[in-house]
Design a protein around this ligand. Structure first.
Ligand code: UDP
Ligand code: MG
Length: 320
C-alpha cells in the first residue's frame, strides 16, 4: 500500500510534547483519510524522548523511529528521516508543538494538485521573542536576495516536499536553514510558500542560541559560493587574482616610469620606496599571485573529487 504522507520530525529533548503531537497528527490524518507514517528522529536526546517514541510505536503502527547515538544536529536528523521516508509527500515539522499538524492537508494538496516541488511554511505572525524575529527578518531578506527564491521564512520547520526532492538533496552541517536553496540547486524550481499558524513553545526550551545568526550567515555565504563557483573556483579566484596582479603591474610601471623620466631629465629623483605606488604594487602583486594559486588549488581539489561528474538526470532518450 502506498503511503500518502511521511511526517519527519527531528527532535532533541522533547519528551513532554511527543505524545500530544502524535495524537494530533493521528487525528488530522484520520480525518483526511491519509495513509501516513511519522518518522521520529531522536537526535541524541538525554531525556526520555526515545522511551516515549518506543511506546508510541507500539500503540501506533504509523509511528516509526530513528535513534542517533549522539547529538548530530537538526540537519543530520532531517537527512536520516528523508532517507527512510516512503510517502509521496514528505512533511517536516518541529517536535515542540510550535508547528500545527492542521496545516498538513493543505500542504499535501499544494504538492499533489498544484504541482509544487516544495512548499515552505511562513510564520507570518510569530510567537517568538524579538531577539529572534528581528535578525531573522534581515536574514531572510539576504537569503532571498542571494538565492533569488522569493520566500519570507527560509528556516521554518514546517515544510512539504515532493518525494523526489528529499531523495535528491543532501542536508548536512547546519544547512537545514537553506533547504529551499539546496532544492533549487538540484533543479526543483517550483517552490512556493504558505502562511502557517505558529504557537509559542509549550514545553522545554529552544535548542538554538544566538550564535545561530553568526553560523547561519556563514553558511549562507558558503552555500552561495558553492552554488556559484563550487565547480569552477578558478573563475572566482583567478579573475580576482589576475585583476589584482594587473593593478600591481600598472603601479610598478608607473613607479619605474616616473623614476626613469626624472633620470632622463637629469633631475634628482625621489627614491622609489617613497612613492605610495611602490607599496600598492608590492601588495597587489603578492595578493594577486596568492589568489590565483588559491584558485588553482581549488580547481585541483574539485577535479579530484569523486563527485565531479555526478549529475541528477531526470530524463533520457536513447535508441538501440
Ligand atoms: N532539534 C534537533 N537537534 C538539535 C537541535 C534541535 O533535532 O540539535 C530539533 C528540536 O528538537 C525541534 C526542532 O529541531 O524539534 C527545532 O528546534 P527549536 O524549536 O529549538 O528551534 P526554534 O523553534 O527555536 O527555531
Ligand atoms: Mg521551536
Amino acid at each position: 500500500m502506498s503511503i500518502n504522507v511521511s511526517v519527519v520530525i527531528p527532535l532533541y529533548n522533547e519528551d513532554e510534547s511527543l505524545r500530544e503531537l502524535d495524537q494530533w497528527i493521528k487525528k488530522v490524518m484520520t480525518e483526511n483519510q491519509f495513509t501516513y507514517e511519522v518518522i521520529y528522529v531522536n537526535d541524541g536526546s538525554n531525556d526520555k524522548s526515545w522511551q516515549v517514541i518506543e511506546a508510541l510505536s507500539e500503540e501506533n503502527n504509523a509511528a516509526k523511529g530513528i535513534c542517533f547515538s549522539r547529538n548530530y544536529g537538526k540537519s543530520a536528523a532531517l537527512f536520516a528521516g528523508f532517507e527512510m521516508a516512503e510517502g509521496d509527500v514528505v512533511i517536516t515539522m518541529d517536535a515542540d508543538l510550535q508547528d500545527s499538524p492542521e496545516e498538513i492537508p493543505e500542504l499535501h494538496s499544494m504538492i499533489v494538485n498544484d504541482r509544487y516541488d516544495l512548499i515552505s511554511g511562513w510564520k507570518k505572525k510569530r510567537y517568538d521573542p524579538i531577539s529572534k524575529t528581528l535578525p531573522s527578518k534581515l536574514f531572510n531578506g539576504v537569503a532571498s536576495w542571494l538565492s533569488g527564491i522569493k520566500l519570507h521564512d527560509f528556516n521554518c520547520g514546517l515544510k512539504a516536499y515532493r518525494k523526489e526532492v528529499v531523495k535528491s538533496i543532501e542536508v548536512y552541517g547546519e544547512m537545514h536553514r537553506y533547504i529551499p536553496i539546496l532544492a533549487k540547486e538540484a533543479g526543483f524550481v517550483n517552490i512556493g510558500e504558505k502562511v502557517v499558524r505558529h504557537q509559542a513553545r509549550k514545553y522545554g526550551v529552544t535548542k538554538f542560541g544566538l550564535n545561530r545568526f553568526i553560523n547561519g550567515f556563514l553558511d549562507l555565504l558558503s552555500i552561495h559560493f558553492m552554488t556559484k563557483f563550487g565547480k569552477k573556483p578558478m573563475h572566482f579566484f583567478g579573475a580576482l587574482g589576475s585583476l589584482m596582479f594587473f593593478v600591481g603591474v600598472l603601479s610598478a610601471l608607473w613607479v619605474g616610469g616616473v623614476k626613469l623620466w626624472y633620470v632622463f631629465q637629469g633631475v634628482q629623483a625621489e627614491r622609489v620606496t617613497e612613492s605610495p605606488y611602490f607599496y600598492l604594487s608590492l601588495v597587489s602583486m603578492v595578493l594577486g599571485t596568492q589568489l590565483f594559486l588559491t584558485g588553482f588549488i581549488g580547481e585541483l581539489v574539485s577535479r579530484s573529487s569523486s563527485e565531479r561528474n555526478v549529475y541528477k538526470i531526470s530524463k533520457v532518450i536513447k535508441h538501440r
